[in-house]
Design a protein around this ligand. Structure first.
Ligand SMILES: Nc1ncnc2c1ncn2[C@@H]1O[C@H](COP(=O)(O)OP(=O)(O)O)[C@@H](O)[C@H]1O
Ligand SMILES: [Mg+2]
Length: 371
């Protein structure tokens, strides 16, 4: 039996009674549809309800309201071992006294699968995670990244259709984490398994996912592809949480059906030719979002519009980019300039106090209704 969706959460609420005696909706009316073979991420800061959502899919918790469906079937109170999902936890949860082989074989032995088949399947799982030859080691004799792979092999050996991963790379250092991100993504594509991946790391979610659910306070703020959530955030929260943004408050003036201007209060000037988001009407108070990499620093005002004079307040060299903070009549905008030439023997890009012009390219601005 196949369903269009591997996993669905329909209007799911999880209410906890806290030790302090109050009620908390850790998951607050969440609806998500995860397609077969999709790499789907839940992204949000600590405490936003990611783990609780995942635990309800796995069957370790039951919804207070709403329902979880796996392959189109309502799960109700189905216990974890009867669900076609498998979980990889952040704290690998390996058995320290067992070898790599025994750790991976454990779940299959519990199911009384024949020894020969176990050997084959464990061998294949270890190969997938590139740990062949390490089967006799104990977890202590492995690096963090290798332990993480054992945890992954232990989940993969059961050939789940859906793999749930709760911050599986959280304990690794940055470099290794980035390598594992690419490996995990490649493995997911190669196996065609549905991944539901939980992370608080926005770069990780952008790099790996087909689609992302951005969460805060138990709710889904936006669901979309990495490009959609980055380029078209639906509100200020998402624009701020994913990547970085400059925000300018203003009033919308509709000139025609598809042309708008925004009067920016702090600059006492208009931004012209901005794209209009749906649902905005003339006179609305709006927030204009502009990503720091999308602002251009120019020497002079050649366009006579959308270009504003300011002073460099500070510059920060971070290797690939230089972050330039520019003071525009009392408000500070951040601008990222790519260091496409070595700065070693050249002068700094900009001197503090230097006068510059900022060009706010209208196609690259996003106008949102003020929260
Ligand atoms: N068993 C529990 N009892 C009471 N509150 C809980 C329980 N589990 C989680 N919470 C609370 O629910 C919220 C969401 O937690 P969690 O899903 O673990 O967030 P995340 O994984 O996004 O960091 C937090 O405020 C947390 O304190
Ligand atoms: Mg968590």
């Amino acid at each position: 039996m196949t369903s269009e969706f591997a996993v669905e959460m329909r209007d799911v609420v999880k209410r906890f009674i806290t030790p302090e005696g109050s009620e908390l909706d850790a998951v607050d009316h969440v609806t998500m549809q995860i397609r077969n073979g999709e790499f789907f991420s839940m992204l949000g800061s600590s405490g936003c309800g990611k783990t609780t959502s995942l635990r309800m899919v796995a069957g370790f918790e039951w919804p207070t309201e709403g329902e979880v469906y796996i392959e189109g079937r309502a799960m109700g109170h189905t216990p974890p071992f009867q669900r076609k999902v498998n979980t990889v936890f952040q704290s690998y949860a390996l058995f320290q006294h067992l070898t790599v082989y025994q750790n991976v074989a454990f779940g299959l032995e519990m199911e009384h699968i024949e020894k020969d088949e176990i050997r084959q399947r464990v061998g294949r799982a270890l190969e997938m995670v590139q740990l062949s030859g390490m089967d006799r080691r104990k977890p202590k004799q492995l690096s963090g990244g290798q332990q993480q792979r054992v945890a992954l092999a232990r989940a993969l050996v059961k050939t789940p259709e859906v793999l749930l991963l709760d911050e599986p790379l959280g304990a690794l250092d940055l470099k290794l984490r980035k390598e594992m991100q690419l490996e995990l993504k490649a493995l997911q594509q190669q196996l065609g398994i549905t991944f539901i991946y939980v992370t608080h790391d926005q770069e990780e979610a952008l790099a790996m996912s087909d689609r992302i659910a951005v969460m805060s306070n138990g709710r889904v703020q936006q669901m979309g592809t990495p490009v959609e959530v980055y380029e078209r955030p639906v509100n200020k929260f998402v624009a701020d949480f994913i990547g970085e943004s400059n925000f300018l408050e203003g009033t919308l003036k509709l000139i025609s059906k598809d042309e708008a201007r925004v009067f920016i209060h702090s600059l006492n000037a208009e931004l012209v030719g901005v794209p209009i988001s749906e649902g905005l009407v003339n006179g609305d108070e709006v927030t204009v979002c502009i990503r720091p990499e999308k602002i251009r620093i120019v020497d002079e005002d050649v366009l006579n519009q959308n270009t504003f004079r300011g002073k460099v307040a500070n510059t920060v060299y971070i290797g690939a980019d230089t972050h330039v903070f520019v003071d525009l009549q009392g408000i500070k905008l951040k601008v990222w300039e790519q260091n496409f030439i070595s700065r070693l023997n050249s002068k700094p890009l900009y001197a503090v106090g230097q006068e510059v012009w900022l060009m706010l390219v209208p196609e690259n601005t996003l106008v949102l209704k003020k929260d």
